[in-house]
Write a protein that binds this ligand. Sequence first.
Ligand code: GN1
Ligand code: MG
Length: 361
Amino acid sequence: MEQLIDIARKFDIKGEVVEVKPLGNGLINDTFRVVTTDGYPDYVLQRINNAIFKDVELLQNNIEAVTRHIRKKLEAAHTDDIDRKVLTYVHPKGSDKTYLLEEGKYWRVSVFIHDAITRETADEANSYFAGRAFGNFEAMLTDLPGKLGETIPDFHNMELRSRQLKEAVAGDAAGRVSEPEIQQILSDVAKYDAQMCKAERLYREGTLPKRICHCDTKVNNMLFDDKGNILCVIDLDTVMPGFVFSDIGDFLRNAANTVAEDSPEIDKVAFKMETFKAFVKGYLESASSFITPVEKENIPYAALLFPYMQAVRFLTDYINGDTYYKIKYPEHNLVRTRNQMALFHSALSHVDEMAAYVESL
Ligand code: GN1
Ligand code: MG
């Protein structure tokens, strides 16, 4: 931890660093809380995973553009307590950048938002508020000046994810492809491939727009207040042009599952319709100013696409020998794959009910 304390001290923070300790459950970056002397804010220190986010300069430029724009909107609306509703990044001492490159590693620091609650799962009320928050997040960014770069090109492009799975199978780097269960999952995945690549087709036909979305709407990427409302949206690394399906689908993938995404209790996995309804109601309330009929009618598709895409991504990583996601045990990515496929099938059984609900709003 001494090294982390030294890194934190290189940033223009207030107060003295007392302690640096691990924070959160992200699967990509390493995150720490920097505790400072009484009377000063704490901070969040992150080591940016630059094997995954290859252009850190572009990444931080995106984040600065987004946070600056949201801050302006909140100021214009005379919102109170703005510093707790949008992230503030701190510069390294004497630098105009918001990251520090030190011995090949990239670091950044933001102000820790006090008295906020993080959750791994969401109830109906949280889901409704989350829907409103993400509809609003997208609405605020519809007039962002300039363009954002893609921090991970084609991040939620199902055609690409599908190709990456095929390449992993062909390479068979970890010798796992011949396992009977892998064969069985691969054939199940293949059945839905064309259906799940619908978004790219609609985009090519010109009927589906790209807009700036968050693209990682896991429940643990938002901060709640004590009333269950969303205080602030965090983890902005993947904010970039994409389809609204990303924000809708990825939230539901996480919040509408009765168990965690890596729970081995596969028979308990189920897609919760109450969560779907609560989120979609909130989302459509605040997204009504921009959402198109094609986007709206494909909300049930979004709910299917994300467990499916995540299963494909976890499976690809398992076959590649676990090079992307952090794992805690050797079969972790396989367990995650089984879980996400089970969620996909459960969601599939509710598709008519979902469509009827969306139609009713
Ligand atoms: C990663 O970093 P984290 O844990 O918020 C991943 C998401 C996945 C998620 C699965 C950049 O998110 O796309 O949905 O894990 N982020 C990236 O839990 O790949
Ligand atoms: Mg995260």
